[in-house]
Design a protein around this ligand. Structure first.
Ligand code: KIV
Ligand code: ZN
Length: 500
């Protein structure tokens, strides 16, 4: 069997998705889960980009034991040194350097000639190699780069010690056949290519990221860059769950190929990333969408009962979906709650766990059965906020079919409580207007979505909002058995992200 290395870039390219930013604590939580999932390489961030990014890479490097921890750098001394120092405590480390090579980037981004780029690739690889034995080099926009120049850059990087050559389809422009022939050309034309592993990094602008990655594997690629839920810049990156499940489901095509992914951790990881980033997984998303294994049509349901494989090419259990839905209730103790949270992939500090336990008890008083999704919603609330700059104290709303909605909202801000009253087009609007009066922030509501967290009349409502204020956009979430309270919590959560 030949192994395809899974290089996860959820914490770097994934986090570049607008609105998906994570705190370093949240990044660490995702990294622990990625390690449990079995990814070979975790790209933890771009240390030079911000002190926060540096801190996150440092924290991941210090705590992750099995996976290689990687940081991204441009071909610049300061970038490379920042990665080097952020990775000092890593058990296994990698420096990933990138440099655009396509004509359009050379002309408009760098205003540099090919020979200058070639020299930069050489010197940066050499510098990085002095700091680390494991160097990955990416000729950015490789798929739009003139072939002969691409071959020269790759050859130079390998000569200077790059162990992995990653081929990015940076703008998601390619089709599977093109990727296949590009990889074949690289194998046939770069004289020292046998000294490196070829990797692929596909974006999804034309919806081809997974297909392109798979085509790369068939052509000889032995490392794939991917992200959980396909998170990433613009339309995202190749999704880890799709690439891995395609390899394991289509053994007839990927005959001698294997990965080290524990597929049973896929669903849990997907949920965790969605929870922490606020990016909802569409119900029809392949592999991890809520509908991915649901059968609505009677004919399908009947056939699946008779023989599951009539309409299911994968077993949901293989990705950890529909595994035990242990129900907790008001008599469940701290121990049962902690065990369940751990099982769901959350690694929380004592302080957070105590806070969640208090909230759990309150919820259990209102709701007979607490499902996994209820717990996830609780953790979401407790961990999503960077800082609780604004916190809900109380809420009173009068509304009805013949009266204008009227809201009185009380909020804590810097240890002081403030309140304001407002009417609105509806009760949610009235609440939001009252909040705006208190915060004096002109926030624009871009999106509002309400869904039930679980089944039953006593189900919690989960509200997700997207706000624009102070030139930033942010997601916010709030859950409660009262949907107005959930709406206010979501709005404040987004404001907290904007202000932190
Ligand atoms: O899309 C891209 O080209 C990248 C590189 C940094 C690998 O993300
Ligand atoms: Zn990318």
């Amino acid at each position: 069997m030949e192994k395809v290395i899974i290089f996860d870039t959820t914490l770097r390219d994934g986090e570049q998705a607008p609105g998906a930013s994570l705190t370093s604590q949240q990044k660490l939580e995702v990294a622990y889960q990625l390690e449990k999932l079995g990814v070979d390489v975790i790209e933890a961030g771009f240390p030079i980009a911000s002190p926060d990014d540096f801190k996150a890479v440092e924290a991941v490097a210090k705590n992750i034991k099995k996976s290689i921890v990687c940081g991204l750098a441009r071909c610049l001394k300061d970038d490379i040194e920042a990665v080097h120092s952020s990775l000092k405590k890593a058990k296994q480390k990698r420096i990933h350097i990138f440099l655009a090579t396509s004509k359009i980037h050379l002309k408009y981004k760098f205003r540099k000639a090919e020979n200058e780029i070639l020299e930069l690739a050489r010197s940066a690889t050499k510098l990085a190699r002095n700091y680390c034995g494991d160097i990955e080099f990416s000729p950015e926009d490789a798929t739009r780069t003139e072939r002969n120049f691409l071959f020269k850059v790759i050859e130079a990087a390998i000569n200077e010690g790059a162990k992995t050559i990653n081929i990015p389809d940076t703008v998601g422009y390619s089709y599977p056949q093109e990727i296949y022939s590009l990889i074949a050309d690289i194998l046939n034309n770069v004289p020292n290519i046998n000294k490196a592993i070829i990797s692929i990094h596909c974006h999804n602008d034309l919806g081809q990221a997974t297909a392109n990655s798979l085509s790369g594997i068939l052509a000889g690629v032995r490392q794939v860059h991917c992200t959980i839920n396909g998170l990433g810049e613009r339309a995202g990156n190749a999704s880890l769950e799709e690439v891995v499940m395609a390899i394991s489901t289509r053994k007839d095509v990927f005959k001698n190929i294997t990965t080290s992914i524990n597929t049973k951790e896929i669903y849990r990881t997907s949920r965790l990333v969605s929870t922490l980033t606020g990016f909802v997984v569409p119900p029809n998303k392949a592999i991890v969408g809520k509908n991915a294994f649901r059968h609505e049509a009677g004919i399908h349901q009947d056939a699946v009962i008779k023989k599951r494989t009539t309409y299911e090419i994968m077993d949901p259990k293989d990705i950890g979906m529909g595994a035990s839905e242990l129900v907790l209730g008001k008599h469940s103790g701290r121990h049962a709650l902690f065990a369940r949270l751990k099982d769901l992939g959350f690694k929380l500090g004592d302080e957070k766990v105590n806070e969640i336990f208090k909230r759990f008890k309150k919820l259990a008083d209102k709701k007979k059965e607490i499902f996994d999704d209820d717990l996830i919603a609780l953790v979401e609330e407790e961990t999503s906020q960077r800082k609780k700059i604004y916190e809900l104290v109380s809420l009173q709303v009068t509304t009805g079919t013949d009266i204008a909605p009227d809201a009185l909202v009380k909020i804590k801000h810097k240890r002081r409580a403030y309140q304001a009253k407002s009417t609105g087009d509806g009760p949610v609007d009235a609440c939001y207007k009252a909040i705006d009066k208190i915060t004096k922030i002109k926030a624009k509501l871009l999106n509002y979505k309400l869904e039930a967290v679980t089944k039953g009349k006593d189900a919690q409502g989960l509200v997700r909002v997207e706000l624009k204020a102070k030139g930033k956009t942010a997601f916010g979430r709030g859950a409660s058995t009262d949907i107005l309270e959930a709406s206010v919590k979501a709005y404040l959560d987004a404001l907290n992200r904007i202000d932190s």
